[in-house]
Design a protein around this ligand. Structure first.
Ligand code: NAI
Length: 678
C-alpha cells in the first residue's frame, strides 16, 4: 500500500494513510496527502472527503526519523498542509482513532469536522521537546476547546482522552464520539450530511471563548519554569485570543523558530533521543529470544528489597518476597502497603486495582518458594561473602532458565556470578532508592551474561516502567562511579572556602533538583563512610575524605539523624554552626586559607567532574554511548532535563573550553591533577 490510498464511496472520497508505527507525518506522507487533497478539490464528482489514519493512530505527529533532517521542513510542510485544508472548497471529515498528538492533532484540527473514538489520546506534547505546536495548534486548539483547557494542555503537553475533552468542549473539537468499529461509517454519514453545507466549518473562522484573566495566571506559572517553551506556548495561545487568525499563525511560527534555536530545546530533544537510543544494545536483536518473566523472587525485605517488590507488583508481576528476619519482613511489607495506599489516595490507582496487585504478593521467610520464580533479585546486605553464599543457594534452588540478579551497588557482579554453575544467567539489576519511585534501572551486563538474559531483563525493566541503561561491570557502574567524583569535588570546594549551602545553591540555581550536600544528607553520609572504610581496608580507597569522616564520627549521618551537612527541622535544611566550625578546623589543619569561589567555578567543577569520569567510562566500555550516561543522570540523579545531561553539556561547551578548564583545575596541586588531565 502506498502511504495514501484513495477509495471512492459514491460522492465521498476516503483518504486512508499509513506510515507505521504511528503515522508520523513524514515528507512522503505529507506530499501524498497534499496531492490527494488537491485532486479531490479539483474533482467535481467528489462532494466530501474523509481522512482516516487507521485504528492504532490517526497520527502521532512529526515523524521522529526526520528530526533534524531537511525533509522535516521540506514542502509541503505541515503548516502548508494545514493551510491547504483551510483552502478546500468541500468539507473534510477527520476520523480519529488511537492517537492524535502534536502535528497529528493539528492536522485533524484543520479538517472541518472530527469524528473521534472516545478512548483516543488527544494532545499537543511539543513542549516536552522545548517547542510549541508550530502548525496552527496554538491557534486552532483554543478555538476548539476554549481558553482554559488550552492553557492547561498546551504548556503542559499532557494529553487527554477524547471523551473527556468532548464533554468539556462541546462539539467544536469532536462533532461525534464513536467506537472503533463504527468510526468510519459514522464519519462517512457525517460527511454525506455536511457535503453541501456552506460556509464550511473552519476553526480559523471562529473566535476563542475566554476569560482573559486566565491568561495572566498561566503566564505567571509558565514564567516561573526554568526553560522558555511553556511561556512561549502561553503567549502563542494569547495570540489566538488577541490577533486575527493569520497574524496568530505568523506569531506562532516565529515563536516556534525561536524555540527551535534555543539550547533548552536542543537539550530536551537530545534527552528524547537518548531514551530511544538506550534500548538499542549491541548483541541484542529483535529476534534474540526473550524469557517470559511472570513471577519474581526478591531476597531481602530491607529498603531496597521492599521497594523492588513494590515496583514489580505495580508492574503486574507475581512476587515472592523472602526475608529471614520476621521483623524486617513486617517492616518491608508495611512499606509496600504504604506505597500502594499512597497511590490510591493520590488517585493514581483504584482501590480494587491496588487490592488485586497486592494479592500477587507472597511474603515469607522460607526461600524454597523461589524455585517457582522466573527472575530472582537479591537485595541482601552489601557484603561479598554473604552475596556469594546467597547465590550458591539460589543456584541450587532456582529452576533452569531462571534469571539471577543482584542489586549490589559496589560489588563485582562477575565475582558473584562465578560462584554459580550458570554465570550466563546472572546479571546486575541496580535499582535506585526509593526503588518503587525512581525511574532509573542500571542493567549490569556481566562478562558471561547471555544476550537472552540481558534482553529479558530489559523487557522486565520496561514492564515495570523503568528507564533502563545497560552498564558494564565496574565499581559503582555508571551513575555512582561518576557521583563519587562529583562528591569529591563538592568536598574539595569546602576545603577551598565554600560552605555546603553555597555549593548547593550554585548548582541548584544552575538547574539541579538538589545540590550535593542536601543529596548526601538525604541518602545518609554513613553509607559512603562505610564504603570508604571498606575500601581503605582493601587498599582501594582513591581519595581519603577526613572531613566527611569527621562528620560521621560525630553521628551527623544526615536527615535521618537530625543533622548532617545541615541541621534539620523535619526535612528543612538549615545552615549548621557546628559544621561551619568543623570545616574551619579542617581547613586550618590543611593549612589552607579560604578563598572566595565564584558560583561559576562551583558549577564547572561539579559538572566537569561528571563529564570527565563519563569519558573514562566510555573509553573503558562500561557505558555504551554518551547519551546513555546522560540518561542515567536525567532519570536517576535529578539532572535538569532541559540541560540534556553531563555529556551533552560538556559537548555543548566544546573541546577547547573544556580542556582549558581542566588544565586550570589540574594546576592546583592540592586538587587531583591526575583526575583532571587526560
Ligand atoms: P537493608 O539493610 O535495608 O536490607 C537488607 C535486608 O536483607 C535486611 O532486611 C536483611 O535482614 C536481609 N537479609 C540479609 N541476609 C539475607 C538472606 N540471606 N536472605 C534474605 N534476606 C537477607 O539494605 P538495603 O539498603 O536494602 O540494600 C540492599 C542491597 O541493595 C545492598 O546490596 C545495597 O548495596 C544495594 N543498594 C542499596 C541502595 C540504597 O540506596 N539503599 C541503592 C542501590 C542498591
Amino acid at each position: 500500500m502506498s502511504l495514501v490510498e484513495s477509495l471512492r464511496d459514491g460522492e465521498l472520497l476516503l483518504l486512508q494513510f499509513a506510515n507505521p508505527p504511528v503515522n508520523g507525518l513524514s515528507h512522503a506522507l505529507r506530499s501524498g496527502l497534499y496531492a490527494a487533497l488537491e485532486q479531490a478539490d479539483a474533482d467535481a464528482s467528489v462532494a466530501a472527503v474523509v481522512l482516516y489514519g487507521g485504528p492504532k493512530a490517526f497520527s502521532g505527529g512529526a515523524d521522529i526519523r526526520e528530526f533534524g533532517q531537511p525533509q522535516a521542513l521540506a514542502e509541503p510542510n505541515l503548516p502548508g498542509l494545514c493551510a491547504r485544508l483551510d483552502a478546500m472548497s468541500k468539507p473534510v471529515v477527520a476520523a480519529v482513532d488511537g492517537l492524535a498528538l502534536g502535528g497529528g492533532l493539528e492536522l485533524a484540527l484543520s479538517c472541518h469536522h472530527r469524528v473521534v473514538v472516545g478512548t483516543a489520546q488527544i494532545g499537543l506534547p511539543e513542549v516536552n521537546l522545548g517547542l510549541l505546536p508550530g502548525a496552527g495548534g496554538t491557534q486552532r486548539f483554543p478555538r476548539a476547546v476554549g481558553l482554559a483547557t488550552a492553557l492547561q494542555m498546551v504548556p503542559s503537553g499532557q494529553p487527554r482522552r477524547a471523551a473527556q475533552l468532548a464533554a468539556l468542549s462541546g462539539q467544536l473539537l469532536v462533532d461525534e464520539l464513536a467506537e472503533s468499529a463504527t468510526l468510519l461509517d459514522q464519519a462517512k454519514a457525517l460527511a454525506r450530511r455536511v457535503a453541501s453545507q456552506r460556509p464550511l466549518a473552519r476553526l480559523r473562522d471562529r473566535s476563542v471563548e475566554a476569560d482573559p484573566s486566565e491568561l495572566a495566571a498561566a503566564e505567571a506559572q509558565a514564567a516561573a519554569l526554568p526553560y522558555p517553551a511553556p511561556l512561549a506556548c502561553v503567549q502563542a495561545v494569547r495570540g489566538a485570543l488577541e490577533l486575527p487568525f493569520d497574524e496568530g499563525i505568523a506569531a506562532e511560527r516565529a515563536g516556534f523558530q525561536r524555540l527551535m534555536a534555543s539550547p533548552e530545546s536542543a537539550a530536551l530533544r537530545h534527552a528524547f533521543f537518548a531514551e530511544r537510543a538506550a534500548a538499542k544494545v549491541p548483541g541484542i536483536e529483535a529476534d534474540t529470544p526473550r524469557r517470559a518473566i511472570r513471577r519474581v523472587g526478591v531476597l531481602g525485605a530491607g529498603t531496597m528489597g521492599s521497594g523492588i517488590a513494590t515496583a514489580c507488583l505495580m508492574g503486574g508481576l507475581l512476587v515472592d518476597l523472602v526475608e529471614p528476619d520476621a521483623a524486617a519482613l513486617a517492616r518491608g511489607v508495611a512499606a509496600l502497603d504504604k506505597h500502594l495506599q499512597a497511590q490510591v489516595s493520590k488517585g493514581r490507582l483504584s482501590a480494587d486495582k491496588a487490592a488485586a496487585l497486592r494479592a500477587n504478593l507472597r511474603p515469607g521467610g522460607d526461600d524454597a518458594v523461589l524455585a517457582d520464580a522466573d527472575l530472582l533479585i537479591e537485595a541482601v546486605f552489601e557484603d561479598m561473602a554473604l552475596k556469594q553464599s546467597v547465590f550458591r543457594r539460589l543456584d541450587a534452588l532456582a529452576k533452569p532458565g531462571a534469571i539471577l540478579a543482584t542489586n549490589t551497588s559496589t560489588l563485582d557482579v562477575d565475582a558473584i556470578a562465578a560462584v554459580t554453575q550458570r554465570p550466563a544467567d546472572v546479571l546486575g539489576l541496580h535499582f535506585f532508592s526509593p526503588a518503587a519511585v525512581m525511574k532509573l534501572l542500571e542493567v549490569v551486563r556481566g562478562a558471561a551474561t547471555a544476550p537472552a538474559v540481558l534482553a529479558s531483563a530489559l523487557g522486565f525493566g520496561k514492564q515495570i516502567g523503568k528507564t533502563c541503561v545497560v552498564a558494564g561491570v565496574c565499581d559503582g557502574f555508571i551513575g555512582n562511579r561518576m557521583i563519587d567524583r562529583y562528591l569529591e569535588q563538592a568536598l574539595f570546594l569546602l576545603d577551598e572556602g565554600c560552605s555546603p549551602q553555597q555549593v548547593d545553591q550554585a548548582i541548584e540555581a544552575w538547574g539541579f533538583a538538589m545540590g550535593p550536600f542536601r543529596m548526601i544528607d538525604l541518602a545518609g553520609n554513613d553509607v559512603s563512610w562505610r564504603i570508604r572504610q571498606q575500601r581503605a581496608k582493601d587498599g582501594t580507597l582513591r581519595r581519603a575524605q577526613p572531613l566527611a569522616d569527621r562528620l560521621c564520627e560525630l553521628g551527623r549521618f544526615g536527615q535521618k539523624s537530625g543533622g548532617g551537612w545541615y541541621d534539620y527541622e523535619g526535612r528543612e535544611a538549615k545552615p549548621s554552626k557546628a559544621v561551619a566550625a568543623l570545616i574551619a578546623a579542617h581547613r586550618e589543619q590543611l593549612g589552607r586559607a579560604p578563598r572566595a569561589v565564584a558560583a561559576e567555578e562551583i558549577v564547572d567543577r561539579l559538572l566537569l567532574a561528571l563529564a570527565v569520569e563519563g569519558e573514562r567510562l566510555l573509553a573503558e566500555g562500561v557505558a555504551l554511548r554518551a547519551s546513555d550516561i546522560d540518561l542515567v543522570y536525567l532519570a536517576g540523579y535529578g539532572f535538569p532535563r532541559w540541560k540534556g545531561g553531563p555529556m551533552f553539556e560538556a559537548q555543548r561547551r566544546g573541546p577547547e573550553a573544556l580542556a582549558a578548564r581542566r588544565r586550570e583545575f589540574a594546576a592546583l596541586a592540592h586538587d587531583d591533577p591526575q583526575f583532571w588531565m587526560p
